[in-house]
Design a protein around this ligand. Structure first.
Ligand code: MN
Length: 236
């Protein structure tokens, strides 16, 4: 039986809740069964979602409400959704505690960081250092945009090696990493591009979008097969 990978919906517009197709493809192509997890009123669902799923994939989406990491709003860029934020943070907190495998992409990585008490730069322009353009203008989301350097002896360097080419669709980034989080990849401007939680069997956050890259860069698929295998109880 395929391991069940829970995907909390990443966006809603009042009439629809959805997950982008590329995330479903990445899980299916890697041997998992994607299960979409809707946002329901009053967080009645997280306990059940946790029992139903063997692992979790947290997807990209909007910005996290700054109040949730202790800041006043400093930029009008991006959109926020407080109910979605609370849903994701609650489920992430429980998933981390459960030790079930988690791959967190883009906003998902930021959710992992905030769930563990970390903070974000609300916009890259608010960093004290100058930043690369992390919102790539290419027509195809599968085009690489910038390089990253990986920390040795990390789960991610075991998967990708010392350096990698990644795509980039974010205007925010991690400022202060949360509890027990190790920074395992950075761009050349120092922007944090990946995190892993210490003493967790598989909790990886990446700022880029591997679900758009794995056809052209097969090594990126190992992030998803790693998630699915860990969710099946196979130790990497
Ligand atoms: Mn980037």
């Amino acid at each position: 039986m395929r391991p069940v990978i829970g995907l909390p919906v990443c966006q809603q517009d009042g009439k629809q809740q959805f997950v982008t197709q590329t995330y479903l493809n990445a899980v299916t192509d890697s041997g998992g069964l994607p299960l979409l997890l809707p946002l329901l009123p009053d967080q009645i669902s997280s306990d059940t979602y946790l029992k139903l799923c063997d692992g979790f994939l947290f997807c990209g989406g909007g910005d996290i409400t700054p109040l949730l990491f202790g800041q006043e709003p400093l930029t009008s860029r991006g959109t926020t959704d407080l109910a979605m934020d609370r849903f994701h943070l609650d489920l992430m907190t429980q998933a981390l505690e459960s030790q079930k495998p988690i791959l967190a992409i883009c906003r998902g990585m930021q959710v992992m960081n905030v769930a563990l008490g970390g903070s974000l730069f609300q916009d890259l322009s608010l960093r004290p250092l100058s930043s690369l353009s992390h919102m790539q203008p290419s027509l195809l989301r599968s085009d690489p945009s910038h390089t990253i350097t990986l920390q040795k002896h990390s789960m991610l360097s075991d998967i990708l090696g010392d350096t990698a080419y990644v795509n980039s669709f974010h205007h925010q980034c991690i400022d202060r990493p949360g509890r027990n989080l190790r920074v395992t990849a950075q761009a050349s401007d120092g922007v944090i591009e990946a995190i892993e939680q210490n003493r967790h069997p598989f909790a990886i956050g990446v700022q880029w979008h591997p679900e758009c890259l794995y056809h052209s860069q097969p090594s990126m698929k190992k992030l998803f097969t790693g998630l699915v295998n860990a969710s099946a109880g196979i130790v990497p």
